[in-house]
Design a protein around this ligand. Structure first.
Ligand code: FES
Ligand code: FES
Length: 160
C-alpha cells in the first residue's frame, strides 16, 4: 500500500498531506500539525480524549485513518479560539471550575459544541448523553454538565 494525498480543512486552513495507509487522524493532527490539544488516552475509542469535530460531528480521531478524512472539515480545540477569543463553552468551563487535570477537557468541550450546534436549549439529560463518550476521572461530571448548560444559556442570550 502506498501513501495517499489527503486534502482537509483543519481549523479553517486547508492542509494537503501525504499520509501512510496506517496513519490515524490523531497521528497527523498531533504529530504533523502540532495540534496537541487533541489528546490520546486509550487509543481504542473508549475514552473520548481524542475527540475532534469532523464536518461538525464528534468523532474519535484514534479510530479514524487519516485518509478517511480526505475532503473533510476538522475542528480541534485550537480552532475554537482561533480569533483569540474563548468560546462560551471554554469560558463556562473556567468559570464553573469544570477543569481539573484537563486531559478530558478538549474532547469534552468539542462533544458539547457538537450538541449545542444542533440544540441550543438541551436538557441536562441530553448534555449528559452528549458527553457520555468522554471519560473524566477527576470532576465527577457535575461541573462540566453545569458549565455546558451555562454556556448554552449564554449562547441563547448572545443570539437574541
Ligand atoms: S484515545 Fe481515542 S477514544 Fe481514547
Ligand atoms: S479533568 Fe481530569 S480527566 Fe477530566
Amino acid at each position: 500500500m502506498t501513501a495517499s494525498r489527503v486534502s482537509m480543512v483543519v481549523n479553517g486552513a486547508r492542509r494537503e498531506l501525504l499520509v501512510e495507509p496506517h496513519e490515524r487522524l490523531v497521528d497527523i493532527l498531533r504529530g504533523r500539525l502540532g495540534l496537541l490539544g487533541v489528546k490520546e488516552g486509550c487509543g481504542e475509542g473508549e475514552c473520548g480524549t481524542c475527540t475532534v469535530l469532523l464536518d461538525g460531528k464528534a468523532v474519535s480521531s484514534c479510530l479514524m485513518l487519516a485518509a478517511q478524512a480526505d475532503g473533510c472539515e476538522i475542528l480541534t480545540i485550537e480552532g475554537l479560539s482561533a480569533e483569540g477569543t474563548l468560546h462560551p463553552l471554554q469560558e463556562a468551563f473556567i468559570r464553573e471550575a469544570a477543569i481539573q487535570c484537563g486531559y478530558c477537557t478538549p474532547g469534552m468541550i468539542l462533544a458539547a459544541k457538537a450538541l449545542l450546534d444542533r440544540e441550543l436549549d438541551p436538557s441536562e439529560g441530553a448534555v449528559r448523553r452528549a458527553i457520555s463518550g468522554n471519560i473524566c476521572r477527576c470532576t465527577g461530571y457535575d461541573k462540566p454538565v453545569k458549565a455546558i448548560l451555562a454556556a448554552a444559556r449564554q449562547m441563547r442570550e448572545d443570539a437574541r
